[in-house]
Design a binder for this molecule. Structure first.
Ligand code: ZN
Ligand code: ZN
Length: 139
């Protein structure tokens, strides 16, 4: 993948790309931890930042940053999927955009713009937080 994107293949780049694949929507801290623990590669946080920026610029990794969250990274880049974010714990899951039918791209009023992408974030509570909340409420 690195070669295909015209990037030089280095140990840290391979390790970070693998970590992003294994941990979708992880932030830089988690990715650094995964690179160190799972892959046994010694890297600094700054090095991981730099690699992530290069991977995003090369289009190999997608960066998302929901409001109030640090930047998260994912390797699922070939579709324009959306995300649902838990307001309580910050968990993120993928939400597919219907293939071949993209109602979100058809704005009611496009104000004359040529629209080519829609980024949608759904906010709510994840199943764990919803269950914890109803348990706390005595239900
Ligand atoms: Zn949650
Ligand atoms: Zn995603």
């Amino acid at each position: 993948m690195l070669r295909g994107a015209g990037l030089r293949v280095t140990g840290p780049r391979v390790a970070v790309l693998a970590a992003v694949h294994d941990h979708p929507h992880a932030d830089t801290d988690s990715i650094t931890g995964a690179v160190r623990q799972d892959l046994g590669v010694v890297v600094s946080l700054q090095a991981v930042y730099d690699v992530l920026r290069a991977l995003v610029d090369a289009g190999l990794v997608r960066r998302i940053q929901p409001m109030g969250s640090v930047a998260r990274y994912e390797a699922r880049i070939l579709d324009n999927h959306h995300h649902v974010v838990c307001r309580s714990c910050g968990a993120i899951s993928d939400v597919d955009c219907a293939v071949g039918y993209t109602p979100c791209l058809t704005a009611v009023d496009d104000a004359g713009y040529e629209i080519d992408e829609a980024e949608v974030i759904y906010w709510g509570r994840c199943p764990e937080c919803a269950a914890a909340a109803s348990a706390a409420a005595g239900g």
